[in-house]
Every structure is written in C-alpha cells, then in structure tokens.
Ligand binder design. Structure first.
Ligand SMILES: Cc1cc2nc3c(=O)[nH]c(=O)nc-3n(C[C@H](O)[C@H](O)[C@H](O)COP(=O)(O)O)c2cc1C
Length: 379
C-alpha cells in the first residue's frame, strides 16, 4: 500500500486502460519546436527527462492546421511529414510506463498575423479578444468550419500513427473550440452560433470527428480526453450554467476523461464572487461518474496533491513538474526532502528549459515574479 493514495494505479474504465498512478503532467507549451512545428531535439530531451513519472503525460499543444498556430515554437500535427518526429516524442513520453497523450487545437483569434506570417487570424466571428494588442480575426466560412473539424480527425489519425496512447481536445483557455462555445467570440447566426445548444455544436462535432478517426485507425484502446475552462470573464461570456449544459452533452460522448483547466484546484466562480461553491465539486456532481475528472492548479507538495486526491480522480501538476522532473519517484521513494520547489538560473540547462520556454512560463505565470527562481516553497 503506497504512503499516498495518489500513488496507487487508476483505471480508465471506459477503455480498460490502467494508469500507473493518479498523477498527470498537464499540457505545457514549451515553444521549443522547430520553426515549422517539427519536434526538436530540445523537446525530446525535456520530455525524456520527465517520462515514467506520471500515470498520464500530456504534451504541449499541437496545431491541427497552419491557421491554428498560436505560438512561435509550437508543435504541429497538421501534416503527415510531422509523424516520424512525433513518433520519437511519443516514445520518449512513454518511457517508464507513462501514457502519452498529445493535446490538439487551433488557436483561433488568440494568434496574430505575425505568427501566421501575414495571414489574418480566424475565429467563429470577427470579434477581437478584449486584450491589449489583439487583432480582429475573420469569421470562418462554413466550408472552413467543416474542414477544421476534419483537421481534428486527421490530427488524431497522425497521433495514432505516431504511437501516442491518446489525444486531448483543447476546448479550454480561450482557443478556437472555446471561441465557438463563447457568446463573446461567437456571434454567428447560422447553425454554428446563437443559443447555447448551437454554440456547442462545433465542440461536439470535433469530438465526433476525433472518435471517428479512433474507430477507423486505432487497433488498440486509445484515450480520448477533453479540456475545458468552466467560465470566462468576458461579457457576454461562458457561465457556469453554460458549462453544466456542455457537460450534459459531453456525457453522451465516449470520453475517457474531462480535464478542468484552472489555476487553483479549489477555485470558486470568477464571474460571481458571492458564489462560494468550489467549481470542481460542482463539475464532479454534474459529471456524476460518467468519466473521471482531472483537476489542476497550484498543486506542488505531496500533501496538497493528496488533499485533492481525496475529492478528485486525477491530479495534474504543472509548474512543479518543470522544476522537479523526478517528483513522483522522490515521493514514492520517501525522498520528499529533496524535492525542488524552486530553481536557480544556473539549473535551467540541466532541466532542459531553453530561453523560449522560460519566456513562455513568465508569460503564463504573469511575469518574472511568477517564476520561483529563488526561495523555497514548502507547503
Ligand atoms: C509554460 C506553460 C505552458 C502552458 N501551455 C498549455 C497548453 O499548451 N495547453 C493547455 O491546455 N494548458 C497550458 N498551460 C496550463 C497548464 O496546463 C496548467 O493548467 C497550469 O499551469 C496550472 O497548473 P499548475 O498550477 O500546476 O502549473 C500552460 C502552463 C504553463 C505554465
């Protein structure tokens, strides 16, 4: 019996796949791919160093088509030419028994004409993200909507060919799938926009295309996950009530897990500060056991992870896995005192963190003060 419950195996019942423990490494874009999105040697080193620890290891996001690119140095799964190097990535991530999942997306309006080399970013509607410097995208034509859905299916075929154990559909963090679900970015008056039911048509069609590809190309059980952000701040924006409706629809799909993207596992509503209920608990109640839930956000110490494990199925550890590649083995071997909760700049190279990745971490964490390059966080 392991000292911590989160170290025990966990079965994804829908596929009969057993994860070696309940720890997940969540998707983290490292901006270390080659200019065209090919997996780089730097990435292989970074993933290899963290393999064999978590039960499930989710890659940085990969774009499903060229207009879906959102970052310089982003992975791509938009063409068959990427498959050989993606196979090396899958093999590196699977070392030591982690299940390797690749996250797939289109950035939609969160991209820029600079990243797209002169092309205008796309979205559900021609509405710019209400953030400084964001360009007004163009609305996808219906034929392009249908092609984008097919591109998710093709990306899944490539993920299977490359030897991944599954894909995670990135329906969170304000990217294209969320843009279709959001009443802020989706003002369409065709069948892809309007009521909450119409706004969820695109996410559900993407899931169907991915599942069709799994049925057609996979010869072994292949994991299908979906990531969502429960709310957005925009007005109008996605509300918890909208998300509960989406979850009801997701329960009709053959998902193996739902990944709730938040920066704090215990977060309450960002739209209604009077509401003190924990969002993950509300989601768990709505899911009602249809599939496991991955929770994420500010988990770093074994104690924090164990507390989350009392209430939730799978526990994702992001930033901390960047600083401490051997977190799970150290906990399992009773070597908790040597877990690093901060790093010095001199360790960046040993941890396979290239400057472009450090820049991304600083951007995501709200600036350099978010990067614990000194000091020691124990609890
Ligand atoms: C550098 C960095 C890159 C990220 N890239 C992605 C991404 O590609 N896809 C995604 O869904 N979330 C991404 N995230 C969010 C993480 O998956 C995770 O939800 C977040 O870091 C909160 O978990 P933590 O507090 O344990 O770090 C990223 C986070 C960081 C720090």
């Amino acid at each position: 019996m392991a000292k911590y419950n989160f170290l025990n195996p966990f079965k994804l019942e829908n596929k009969g796949i057993t994860l070696k423990n309940r720890v997940v490494i969540p998707p983290m874009t490292e901006r270390m791919a080659m200019e065209d999105g090919t997996v780089s040697k730097d990435e292989l080193d970074y993933y290899q160093q963290r393999a064999g620890q978590a039960g499930m290891f989710i890659s940085a996001v990969a774009n499903v088509n060229p207009l879906g690119k959102g970052f310089e140095g982003e992975l791509s799964i938009a063409d068959d030419k990427f498959v050989p190097r993606l196979s090396e990535l899958a093999a590196a991530m699977k070392t030591g028994g982690s299940k390797a999942i690749i996250q797939i997306f289109s950035a939609g309006r969160m991209s820029s004409s600079a990243i797209l080399r002169g092309e205008q970013p796309i979205s559900a509607s021609a509405i710019a993200a209400p953030r400084p410097g964001h360009e007004t995208p163009r609305a996808l034509e219906e034929v392009e909507v249908l092609q984008t859905i097919k591109d998710f299916g093709e990306a899944t075929r490539r993920a299977i060919e490359a030897g991944f154990d599954g894909v995670e559909i990135h329906g969170a963090n304000t990217y294209l799938i969320q843009q279709f679900f959001s009443p802020h970015s989706n003002r369409r008056d065709d069948s892809w926009g309007g009521s909450v039911e119409k706004r969820m048509k695109f996410p559900l069609a993407v899931i169907d295309a991915v599942q069709d590809a799994i049925d057609k190309y996979s010869t072994a059980p292949f994991i299908l996950g979906y990531r969502l952000s429960p709310e957005e701040l925009e007005e109008p924006g996605i509300t918890l009530a909208d998300t509960m409706k989406l979850i009801d629809a997701l329960k009709q799909k053959p998902l193996d897990y739902l990944h709730v993207s938040q920066n704090d596992v215990w977060r309450t509503s960002i739209r209604n500060h009077e509401d003190k209920r924990i969002i993950n608990s509300l989601i768990k109640k709505q899911v009602a056991g249809a599939f496991p839930i991955i929770v994420v956000g500010s988990l770093a110490t074994p104690k924090q992870v164990e507390k989350a494990a009392e209430d939730y199925d799978l526990l994702a550890i992001g930033h901390e896995m960047i600083w401490e590649p051997k977190w799970v083995s150290k906990v399992a071997n009773g070597d908790e005192d040597s877990i690093r909760y901060s790093i010095n700049k001199s360790e960046l190279a040993d941890l396979n963190i290239q400057p472009s990745f450090l820049g991304m971490i600083e951007m995501v964490s709200g600036g350099p003060q978010g990067v614990p390059l000194t000091g020691n966080q124990k609890e």
